[in-house]
Ligand binder design. Structure first.
Ligand code: HEC
Length: 151
């Protein structure tokens, strides 16, 4: 019994620390660097998709699926970091309106998440024309949010 307790308490401590870190950022600077890192990665993988859609590099179905899956996963990560109090100030291009219009911002994030999921599913299904159309929808989701919420 003692052994079990010795094991359980550290595990619980880790769970508590990790879940609070997941739910919120104690420093606004941490939120800014987190979301910029996630956005940077989304940009890198999205650019690889764009190259194939524009024909700058040959369309490779497997590579497209892989990169689209990465974008889908990343699309689920950074939104809490955008609505962190005080994170409109500092080394950021986020407009303060994100904090004033959280619901509108989160709706734009949800719509992008849905587009990214659909893009990954379409890529896995393998119809190149459908993939290109869905890629266009996803670009609109990026642009739609940036035009309103990014300086
Ligand atoms: C719901 C809103 C939203 C969506 C959707 C969105 N972005 Fe962003 N993005 C932002 C905001 C706000 C910033 C500014 C972040 C900052 O400076 O703190 C940003 C920053 C970036 C950056 C700069 C990161 C850096 O290093 O500073 C890149 C690149 C980027 N986004 C690419 C994309 C791409 C590509 C998509 C679509 C596939 C996308 N974004 C979708 C809101 C969004």
């Amino acid at each position: 019994m003692k052994k079990v307790t010795q094991l359980v308490i550290p595990i619980l401590a880790i769970v508590v620390v990790c879940s609070s870190a997941y739910a919120q950022f104690s420093k606004s600077g941490d939120a800014i660097s987190y979301r910029k890192a996630a956005m940077h990665l989304i940009g890198v993988h999205f650019t690889r998709l764009a190259g194939m859609v524009k024909g700058e590099v040959p369309f490779d179905k497997a590579a497209f699926s892989k990169n689209a899956a990465v974008v889908k996963t990343l699309s689920e990560l950074p939104w809490e970091a955008f609505v962190t109090v005080g994170s409109d100030k500092g080394d950021t291009t986020m407009k303060p309106s994100v904090l004033k219009e959280k619901d509108k911002f989160m709706a734009a994030a949800e719509s992008f998440k849905a587009q990214a999921k659909k893009l990954s599913e379409t890529a896995d299904a393998g119809d190149t024309n459908a993939v290109k159309t869905q890629f266009g929808e996803s670009v609109n989701a990026c642009k739609g949010c940036h035009s309103v919420f990014r300086k």
